[in-house]
Design a protein around this ligand. Structure first.
Ligand code: RM4
Ligand code: MN
Ligand code: MN
Length: 425
Protein backbone atom coordinates (compact mmCIF):
# COMPACT_ATOMS: atom_id res chain seq x y z
CA UNK A 1 0.00 0.00 0.00
CA UNK A 2 1.11 3.53 -0.73
CA UNK A 3 1.86 5.66 2.30
CA UNK A 4 -0.66 8.47 2.72
CA UNK A 5 2.21 10.84 3.43
CA UNK A 6 3.33 10.52 -0.16
CA UNK A 7 -0.12 11.55 -1.38
CA UNK A 8 -0.16 14.47 1.03
CA UNK A 9 3.34 15.60 0.01
CA UNK A 10 2.30 15.70 -3.62
CA UNK A 11 -0.92 17.50 -2.73
CA UNK A 12 0.97 20.20 -0.87
CA UNK A 13 2.98 21.00 -3.98
CA UNK A 14 -0.20 21.38 -6.04
CA UNK A 15 -2.41 23.03 -3.46
CA UNK A 16 -1.87 26.72 -4.35
CA UNK A 17 -2.69 26.35 -8.03
CA UNK A 18 -5.57 24.00 -7.25
CA UNK A 19 -7.06 26.52 -4.84
CA UNK A 20 -6.79 29.27 -7.44
CA UNK A 21 -8.82 27.24 -9.94
CA UNK A 22 -11.34 26.18 -7.31
CA UNK A 23 -11.95 29.74 -6.14
CA UNK A 24 -12.77 30.77 -9.70
CA UNK A 25 -15.18 27.84 -10.11
CA UNK A 26 -16.83 28.51 -6.76
CA UNK A 27 -17.64 32.02 -7.87
CA UNK A 28 -18.72 31.00 -11.34
CA UNK A 29 -21.14 28.40 -10.01
CA UNK A 30 -22.33 30.65 -7.24
CA UNK A 31 -23.42 33.17 -9.86
CA UNK A 32 -25.52 30.42 -11.41
CA UNK A 33 -27.00 29.56 -8.03
CA UNK A 34 -25.13 26.26 -7.73
CA UNK A 35 -23.56 25.26 -4.42
CA UNK A 36 -20.14 23.85 -5.22
CA UNK A 37 -19.97 21.54 -2.20
CA UNK A 38 -23.22 19.80 -3.21
CA UNK A 39 -21.61 18.93 -6.55
CA UNK A 40 -18.35 17.86 -4.91
CA UNK A 41 -20.27 15.54 -2.56
CA UNK A 42 -21.98 13.90 -5.53
CA UNK A 43 -18.65 13.37 -7.25
CA UNK A 44 -17.26 11.82 -4.07
CA UNK A 45 -20.15 9.39 -3.93
CA UNK A 46 -19.66 8.25 -7.55
CA UNK A 47 -17.64 5.04 -7.60
CA UNK A 48 -16.44 3.22 -10.71
CA UNK A 49 -15.50 -0.46 -10.60
CA UNK A 50 -12.20 -1.61 -12.09
CA UNK A 51 -12.18 -4.94 -13.94
CA UNK A 52 -9.50 -7.36 -12.92
CA UNK A 53 -8.67 -7.99 -16.59
CA UNK A 54 -7.72 -4.36 -17.25
CA UNK A 55 -4.71 -4.29 -14.93
CA UNK A 56 -2.37 -5.91 -17.41
CA UNK A 57 -1.27 -4.71 -20.81
CA UNK A 58 -3.88 -5.47 -23.43
CA UNK A 59 -3.08 -6.68 -26.87
CA UNK A 60 -4.47 -7.15 -30.31
CA UNK A 61 -4.42 -10.39 -32.27
CA UNK A 62 -1.04 -9.23 -33.57
CA UNK A 63 0.77 -8.91 -30.30
CA UNK A 64 1.11 -7.66 -26.79
CA UNK A 65 3.84 -5.38 -25.48
CA UNK A 66 3.92 -5.51 -21.68
CA UNK A 67 6.13 -3.31 -19.52
CA UNK A 68 6.29 -5.63 -16.54
CA UNK A 69 5.09 -5.34 -12.96
CA UNK A 70 1.65 -6.69 -13.87
CA UNK A 71 -0.42 -8.48 -11.21
CA UNK A 72 0.35 -12.21 -11.18
CA UNK A 73 -2.74 -13.34 -9.30
CA UNK A 74 -6.04 -12.18 -7.84
CA UNK A 75 -4.33 -10.88 -4.70
CA UNK A 76 -2.07 -8.60 -6.72
CA UNK A 77 -4.98 -7.44 -8.88
CA UNK A 78 -6.76 -6.40 -5.68
CA UNK A 79 -3.59 -4.58 -4.57
CA UNK A 80 -3.52 -2.63 -7.84
CA UNK A 81 -7.16 -1.63 -7.55
CA UNK A 82 -6.50 -0.70 -3.90
CA UNK A 83 -3.74 1.58 -5.11
CA UNK A 84 -5.99 3.21 -7.73
CA UNK A 85 -8.65 3.74 -5.06
CA UNK A 86 -6.12 5.21 -2.65
CA UNK A 87 -5.06 7.70 -5.29
CA UNK A 88 -8.51 8.79 -6.52
CA UNK A 89 -10.94 7.55 -3.80
CA UNK A 90 -13.40 6.74 -6.61
CA UNK A 91 -12.67 3.12 -7.49
CA UNK A 92 -13.88 1.14 -4.52
CA UNK A 93 -14.64 -2.17 -6.22
CA UNK A 94 -13.22 -4.79 -8.55
CA UNK A 95 -15.01 -6.95 -11.12
CA UNK A 96 -13.91 -10.51 -11.59
CA UNK A 97 -13.76 -12.70 -14.66
CA UNK A 98 -14.14 -16.43 -14.05
CA UNK A 99 -12.07 -18.55 -14.54
CA UNK A 100 -9.26 -15.94 -14.64
CA UNK A 101 -9.96 -14.92 -11.04
CA UNK A 102 -11.12 -18.00 -9.15
CA UNK A 103 -10.44 -17.32 -5.48
CA UNK A 104 -8.41 -20.12 -3.86
CA UNK A 105 -9.19 -18.90 -0.34
CA UNK A 106 -12.35 -16.78 -0.26
CA UNK A 107 -11.88 -15.65 3.35
CA UNK A 108 -8.36 -14.46 2.74
CA UNK A 109 -9.57 -12.55 -0.34
CA UNK A 110 -12.32 -10.93 1.70
CA UNK A 111 -9.76 -9.82 4.30
CA UNK A 112 -7.55 -8.40 1.61
CA UNK A 113 -10.47 -6.53 0.05
CA UNK A 114 -11.32 -5.06 3.43
CA UNK A 115 -7.75 -3.96 4.04
CA UNK A 116 -7.88 -2.06 0.75
CA UNK A 117 -11.33 -0.62 1.40
CA UNK A 118 -12.74 -2.53 -1.59
CA UNK A 119 -15.68 -4.75 -2.46
CA UNK A 120 -16.37 -7.12 -5.33
CA UNK A 121 -18.51 -5.56 -8.04
CA UNK A 122 -19.78 -8.05 -10.61
CA UNK A 123 -18.76 -11.56 -11.51
CA UNK A 124 -18.34 -12.03 -15.27
CA UNK A 125 -18.67 -15.37 -16.95
CA UNK A 126 -16.41 -16.48 -19.76
CA UNK A 127 -17.82 -18.77 -22.42
CA UNK A 128 -15.85 -17.06 -25.17
CA UNK A 129 -12.79 -19.27 -24.67
CA UNK A 130 -12.34 -22.99 -24.16
CA UNK A 131 -10.64 -23.85 -20.90
CA UNK A 132 -8.09 -26.65 -20.57
CA UNK A 133 -9.73 -30.09 -20.28
CA UNK A 134 -13.18 -28.70 -21.05
CA UNK A 135 -15.37 -31.63 -22.21
CA UNK A 136 -17.09 -29.70 -25.05
CA UNK A 137 -15.95 -26.79 -27.16
CA UNK A 138 -17.57 -23.34 -27.44
CA UNK A 139 -16.30 -23.01 -30.98
CA UNK A 140 -19.85 -22.97 -32.33
CA UNK A 141 -21.48 -21.24 -29.40
CA UNK A 142 -22.21 -21.68 -25.71
CA UNK A 143 -25.63 -20.66 -24.34
CA UNK A 144 -27.00 -20.74 -27.89
CA UNK A 145 -25.26 -23.92 -29.03
CA UNK A 146 -27.25 -26.43 -31.06
CA UNK A 147 -26.25 -29.30 -28.70
CA UNK A 148 -27.80 -29.38 -25.25
CA UNK A 149 -24.64 -30.79 -23.60
CA UNK A 150 -22.68 -27.68 -24.65
CA UNK A 151 -25.44 -25.37 -23.50
CA UNK A 152 -25.57 -27.19 -20.15
CA UNK A 153 -21.83 -26.77 -19.71
CA UNK A 154 -22.15 -23.02 -20.31
CA UNK A 155 -25.19 -22.78 -18.01
CA UNK A 156 -23.30 -24.63 -15.25
CA UNK A 157 -20.33 -22.30 -15.70
CA UNK A 158 -22.57 -19.28 -15.15
CA UNK A 159 -24.14 -20.90 -12.09
CA UNK A 160 -20.63 -21.59 -10.80
CA UNK A 161 -19.78 -17.90 -11.30
CA UNK A 162 -22.70 -17.00 -9.04
CA UNK A 163 -21.32 -19.45 -6.43
CA UNK A 164 -17.91 -17.75 -6.50
CA UNK A 165 -19.67 -14.40 -6.32
CA UNK A 166 -21.64 -15.47 -3.24
CA UNK A 167 -18.41 -16.43 -1.48
CA UNK A 168 -17.12 -12.89 -1.99
CA UNK A 169 -20.38 -11.01 -1.37
CA UNK A 170 -20.97 -9.96 -4.95
CA UNK A 171 -24.58 -9.64 -6.10
CA UNK A 172 -24.21 -9.18 -9.84
CA UNK A 173 -23.65 -11.64 -12.67
CA UNK A 174 -22.67 -10.12 -16.01
CA UNK A 175 -23.17 -12.14 -19.15
CA UNK A 176 -21.47 -11.12 -22.34
CA UNK A 177 -22.19 -13.74 -24.94
CA UNK A 178 -19.69 -14.19 -27.75
CA UNK A 179 -22.04 -16.54 -29.63
CA UNK A 180 -22.85 -15.84 -33.25
CA UNK A 181 -22.11 -16.88 -36.78
CA UNK A 182 -19.60 -15.93 -39.43
CA UNK A 183 -21.40 -16.92 -42.59
CA UNK A 184 -24.90 -16.64 -44.01
CA UNK A 185 -26.84 -19.81 -43.39
CA UNK A 186 -24.50 -21.02 -40.65
CA UNK A 187 -27.00 -20.52 -37.87
CA UNK A 188 -30.79 -20.52 -37.66
CA UNK A 189 -31.35 -17.09 -36.18
CA UNK A 190 -34.69 -17.63 -34.47
CA UNK A 191 -33.69 -20.96 -32.93
CA UNK A 192 -30.37 -19.54 -31.72
CA UNK A 193 -32.26 -16.75 -29.96
CA UNK A 194 -34.74 -19.20 -28.41
CA UNK A 195 -31.98 -21.49 -27.10
CA UNK A 196 -30.17 -18.49 -25.63
CA UNK A 197 -33.33 -17.25 -23.98
CA UNK A 198 -33.97 -20.70 -22.44
CA UNK A 199 -30.37 -20.99 -21.22
CA UNK A 200 -30.41 -17.52 -19.68
CA UNK A 201 -33.74 -18.32 -18.01
CA UNK A 202 -32.26 -21.36 -16.28
CA UNK A 203 -29.25 -19.36 -15.06
CA UNK A 204 -31.61 -16.66 -13.83
CA UNK A 205 -33.71 -19.22 -11.93
CA UNK A 206 -30.68 -20.43 -10.02
CA UNK A 207 -29.67 -16.91 -8.99
CA UNK A 208 -30.58 -15.68 -5.48
CA UNK A 209 -33.47 -13.18 -5.36
CA UNK A 210 -31.24 -10.29 -4.35
CA UNK A 211 -28.90 -10.76 -7.31
CA UNK A 212 -28.95 -8.83 -10.57
CA UNK A 213 -28.18 -10.28 -13.97
CA UNK A 214 -26.66 -7.84 -16.46
CA UNK A 215 -26.98 -8.76 -20.13
CA UNK A 216 -24.47 -7.10 -22.44
CA UNK A 217 -24.83 -6.76 -26.21
CA UNK A 218 -22.30 -6.33 -28.99
CA UNK A 219 -22.90 -5.93 -32.74
CA UNK A 220 -19.88 -7.84 -34.03
CA UNK A 221 -16.78 -9.69 -32.87
CA UNK A 222 -15.82 -12.41 -32.35
CA UNK A 223 -18.42 -13.24 -35.01
CA UNK A 224 -18.81 -11.04 -38.03
CA UNK A 225 -21.98 -12.09 -39.79
CA UNK A 226 -24.32 -12.22 -36.81
CA UNK A 227 -24.11 -12.05 -33.05
CA UNK A 228 -26.85 -13.72 -31.01
CA UNK A 229 -27.14 -10.63 -28.77
CA UNK A 230 -26.12 -7.82 -31.11
CA UNK A 231 -28.14 -4.88 -29.82
CA UNK A 232 -29.98 -3.37 -26.88
CA UNK A 233 -33.33 -4.56 -28.22
CA UNK A 234 -32.24 -8.19 -27.98
CA UNK A 235 -30.80 -7.67 -24.48
CA UNK A 236 -33.98 -5.90 -23.46
CA UNK A 237 -36.22 -8.67 -24.77
CA UNK A 238 -34.16 -11.29 -22.91
CA UNK A 239 -34.47 -9.26 -19.70
CA UNK A 240 -38.23 -8.96 -20.19
CA UNK A 241 -38.46 -12.72 -20.66
CA UNK A 242 -36.42 -13.83 -17.66
CA UNK A 243 -37.55 -11.46 -14.91
CA UNK A 244 -37.32 -8.18 -13.07
CA UNK A 245 -33.77 -8.64 -11.80
CA UNK A 246 -32.31 -8.77 -15.29
CA UNK A 247 -31.03 -5.51 -16.73
CA UNK A 248 -29.38 -4.34 -19.92
CA UNK A 249 -25.71 -3.44 -19.77
CA UNK A 250 -24.44 -0.77 -22.15
CA UNK A 251 -20.78 -1.05 -23.12
CA UNK A 252 -19.83 2.16 -24.91
CA UNK A 253 -17.69 0.38 -27.49
CA UNK A 254 -20.40 -2.08 -28.44
CA UNK A 255 -22.09 0.07 -31.05
CA UNK A 256 -21.59 0.66 -34.72
CA UNK A 257 -20.10 4.06 -35.60
CA UNK A 258 -22.50 7.01 -35.19
CA UNK A 259 -25.04 5.12 -33.11
CA UNK A 260 -26.96 7.54 -30.91
CA UNK A 261 -25.96 5.95 -27.60
CA UNK A 262 -27.53 8.70 -25.49
CA UNK A 263 -30.89 7.85 -27.00
CA UNK A 264 -30.42 4.16 -26.13
CA UNK A 265 -29.61 5.20 -22.56
CA UNK A 266 -32.72 7.37 -22.40
CA UNK A 267 -34.93 4.58 -23.74
CA UNK A 268 -33.62 1.95 -21.35
CA UNK A 269 -33.99 4.23 -18.34
CA UNK A 270 -37.52 5.03 -19.44
CA UNK A 271 -38.25 1.30 -19.41
CA UNK A 272 -36.46 0.87 -16.06
CA UNK A 273 -34.09 -1.67 -17.59
CA UNK A 274 -30.72 0.06 -17.66
CA UNK A 275 -28.59 -1.89 -15.22
CA UNK A 276 -25.01 -0.95 -15.84
CA UNK A 277 -22.36 0.65 -17.90
CA UNK A 278 -19.00 -0.38 -19.29
CA UNK A 279 -16.95 2.75 -19.93
CA UNK A 280 -14.34 2.98 -22.64
CA UNK A 281 -13.50 5.10 -25.67
CA UNK A 282 -14.22 4.06 -29.23
CA UNK A 283 -13.37 5.23 -32.71
CA UNK A 284 -14.74 2.32 -34.70
CA UNK A 285 -16.21 -0.29 -32.36
CA UNK A 286 -14.91 -2.32 -29.44
CA UNK A 287 -11.61 -0.42 -29.44
CA UNK A 288 -11.53 -0.28 -25.63
CA UNK A 289 -9.61 3.01 -25.58
CA UNK A 290 -9.42 5.43 -22.68
CA UNK A 291 -12.88 6.70 -21.72
CA UNK A 292 -13.63 10.10 -23.22
CA UNK A 293 -10.49 10.12 -25.36
CA UNK A 294 -12.13 10.07 -28.77
CA UNK A 295 -15.60 11.64 -28.57
CA UNK A 296 -15.81 13.71 -25.39
CA UNK A 297 -18.95 15.60 -26.48
CA UNK A 298 -20.81 12.38 -27.17
CA UNK A 299 -19.69 11.11 -23.78
CA UNK A 300 -21.09 14.26 -22.17
CA UNK A 301 -24.42 13.84 -23.98
CA UNK A 302 -24.62 10.27 -22.67
CA UNK A 303 -23.98 11.46 -19.12
CA UNK A 304 -26.48 14.23 -19.60
CA UNK A 305 -29.10 11.59 -20.36
CA UNK A 306 -28.00 9.44 -17.42
CA UNK A 307 -28.16 12.31 -14.93
CA UNK A 308 -31.49 13.44 -16.33
CA UNK A 309 -32.90 9.96 -15.73
CA UNK A 310 -31.28 9.60 -12.32
CA UNK A 311 -32.71 12.93 -11.13
CA UNK A 312 -36.22 12.41 -12.44
CA UNK A 313 -38.42 10.86 -9.72
CA UNK A 314 -40.79 9.49 -12.36
CA UNK A 315 -38.01 7.25 -13.73
CA UNK A 316 -38.10 3.87 -12.01
CA UNK A 317 -34.69 2.58 -12.93
CA UNK A 318 -32.53 0.73 -10.40
CA UNK A 319 -29.17 2.21 -9.34
CA UNK A 320 -26.59 1.65 -12.04
CA UNK A 321 -23.41 -0.43 -11.84
CA UNK A 322 -20.51 1.61 -13.27
CA UNK A 323 -17.43 -0.14 -14.56
CA UNK A 324 -14.49 0.57 -16.83
CA UNK A 325 -14.02 -2.02 -19.57
CA UNK A 326 -10.92 -0.97 -21.44
CA UNK A 327 -7.73 -2.46 -22.75
CA UNK A 328 -4.39 -0.73 -22.45
CA UNK A 329 -2.16 -1.53 -25.37
CA UNK A 330 0.15 1.43 -25.30
CA UNK A 331 -0.28 3.14 -21.94
CA UNK A 332 0.54 1.97 -18.43
CA UNK A 333 -2.69 0.20 -17.34
CA UNK A 334 -2.89 1.94 -13.97
CA UNK A 335 -2.28 5.38 -15.48
CA UNK A 336 -4.85 4.67 -18.17
CA UNK A 337 -7.43 3.60 -15.57
CA UNK A 338 -6.76 6.72 -13.49
CA UNK A 339 -7.18 8.81 -16.63
CA UNK A 340 -10.47 7.05 -17.45
CA UNK A 341 -11.92 7.49 -13.96
CA UNK A 342 -10.97 11.14 -14.13
CA UNK A 343 -12.72 11.57 -17.49
CA UNK A 344 -15.82 9.82 -16.12
CA UNK A 345 -16.00 12.02 -13.04
CA UNK A 346 -15.33 15.19 -15.00
CA UNK A 347 -18.09 14.38 -17.45
CA UNK A 348 -20.47 13.38 -14.67
CA UNK A 349 -19.73 16.71 -12.94
CA UNK A 350 -20.54 18.62 -16.13
CA UNK A 351 -23.83 16.77 -16.52
CA UNK A 352 -24.70 17.70 -12.94
CA UNK A 353 -24.29 21.37 -13.83
CA UNK A 354 -26.84 21.35 -16.64
CA UNK A 355 -29.74 23.63 -15.77
CA UNK A 356 -32.56 21.10 -16.19
CA UNK A 357 -35.39 23.58 -15.73
CA UNK A 358 -33.96 25.90 -18.33
CA UNK A 359 -33.38 22.99 -20.70
CA UNK A 360 -36.94 21.75 -20.28
CA UNK A 361 -38.22 25.23 -20.91
CA UNK A 362 -36.20 25.54 -24.12
CA UNK A 363 -37.37 22.09 -25.22
CA UNK A 364 -41.01 22.76 -24.45
CA UNK A 365 -40.86 25.99 -26.44
CA UNK A 366 -38.93 24.41 -29.30
CA UNK A 367 -36.06 26.84 -28.85
CA UNK A 368 -33.52 24.61 -30.54
CA UNK A 369 -30.62 27.03 -30.33
CA UNK A 370 -31.07 27.82 -26.63
CA UNK A 371 -31.32 24.11 -25.73
CA UNK A 372 -28.20 23.24 -27.66
CA UNK A 373 -26.22 26.26 -26.41
CA UNK A 374 -27.11 25.37 -22.85
CA UNK A 375 -25.54 21.94 -23.25
CA UNK A 376 -22.52 23.34 -25.12
CA UNK A 377 -21.89 25.96 -22.46
CA UNK A 378 -21.82 23.32 -19.74
CA UNK A 379 -19.67 21.00 -21.82
CA UNK A 380 -17.12 23.77 -22.36
CA UNK A 381 -16.86 24.62 -18.65
CA UNK A 382 -13.59 23.38 -17.18
CA UNK A 383 -14.66 21.50 -14.04
CA UNK A 384 -11.48 19.53 -13.43
CA UNK A 385 -10.84 21.35 -10.16
CA UNK A 386 -14.13 19.94 -8.83
CA UNK A 387 -12.94 16.39 -9.39
CA UNK A 388 -9.53 17.17 -7.89
CA UNK A 389 -11.20 18.70 -4.85
CA UNK A 390 -13.51 15.69 -4.41
CA UNK A 391 -10.46 13.43 -4.39
CA UNK A 392 -8.54 15.72 -2.01
CA UNK A 393 -11.43 15.96 0.44
CA UNK A 394 -11.77 12.17 0.44
CA UNK A 395 -8.06 11.73 1.25
CA UNK A 396 -6.91 11.07 -2.32
CA UNK A 397 -4.55 12.88 -4.63
CA UNK A 398 -5.22 16.23 -6.29
CA UNK A 399 -3.49 14.79 -9.34
CA UNK A 400 -3.52 10.96 -9.11
CA UNK A 401 -1.41 10.36 -12.23
CA UNK A 402 1.27 12.87 -11.21
CA UNK A 403 1.41 11.20 -7.81
CA UNK A 404 1.64 7.73 -9.36
CA UNK A 405 4.53 8.90 -11.54
CA UNK A 406 6.17 11.03 -8.85
CA UNK A 407 6.16 8.14 -6.39
CA UNK A 408 7.67 5.84 -9.08
CA UNK A 409 5.06 3.22 -8.37
CA UNK A 410 5.42 1.24 -11.60
CA UNK A 411 9.14 0.69 -11.19
CA UNK A 412 8.46 -0.46 -7.61
CA UNK A 413 5.97 -2.99 -8.97
CA UNK A 414 8.45 -4.20 -11.60
CA UNK A 415 11.09 -4.68 -8.88
CA UNK A 416 8.63 -6.68 -6.82
CA UNK A 417 6.85 -8.70 -9.50
CA UNK A 418 9.40 -8.83 -12.27
CA UNK A 419 8.46 -8.96 -15.92
CA UNK A 420 5.08 -10.47 -15.15
CA UNK A 421 2.12 -10.59 -17.53
CA UNK A 422 -1.42 -10.64 -16.12
CA UNK A 423 -4.30 -12.85 -17.30
CA UNK A 424 -6.75 -11.23 -19.69
CA UNK A 425 -7.09 -10.67 -23.37
C1 RM4 B 1 -16.02 -8.12 -24.32
C2 RM4 B 1 -17.05 -7.47 -23.43
C3 RM4 B 1 -17.05 -7.98 -22.04
C4 RM4 B 1 -15.69 -8.27 -21.50
C5 RM4 B 1 -14.84 -9.02 -22.49
C6 RM4 B 1 -13.45 -9.28 -21.94
O1 RM4 B 1 -15.84 -7.39 -25.50
O2 RM4 B 1 -16.88 -6.07 -23.45
O3 RM4 B 1 -17.70 -7.08 -21.18
O4 RM4 B 1 -15.91 -9.06 -20.37
O5 RM4 B 1 -14.78 -8.29 -23.68
MN1 MN C 1 -17.87 -4.92 -21.79
MN1 MN D 1 -16.06 -5.08 -25.20
Amino acid sequence: MLSNDIIQQHNEKLQAEHQFKLTYLTELLDRKGIDIQTIIDKIKAFQVAIPSWALGTGGTRFGRFPNGGEPRNLEEKIEDVGLIHQLNRSSNSISLHIPWDIPSDANAIKQLLKAHDLTIDSVNSNTFQDQKDQPFSYKFGSLSHTKSEVRDLAIQHNIQCVEYGKMLDSKVLTIWLADGSNFPGQSHMRSAYQRTSDSIASIYKSMPDDWTMLIEYKPYEPHFYSMVIPDWGTSYSLCQTVGKNAQVLVDLGHHLPNTNIEQIVGRLMHFGRLGGFHFNGSMYGDDDLTTGSIKPYQFFLIFNELVDGMQDPSVKNPPLAWMIDASHNTKDPIEDLLQSVNAILTTYAKALLVDREELTDAQENNDVLRAEELLCDTFMTDVRALVAEASRQAGGAIDPIATFRGAKIRSGLVDKRGFSVATGL
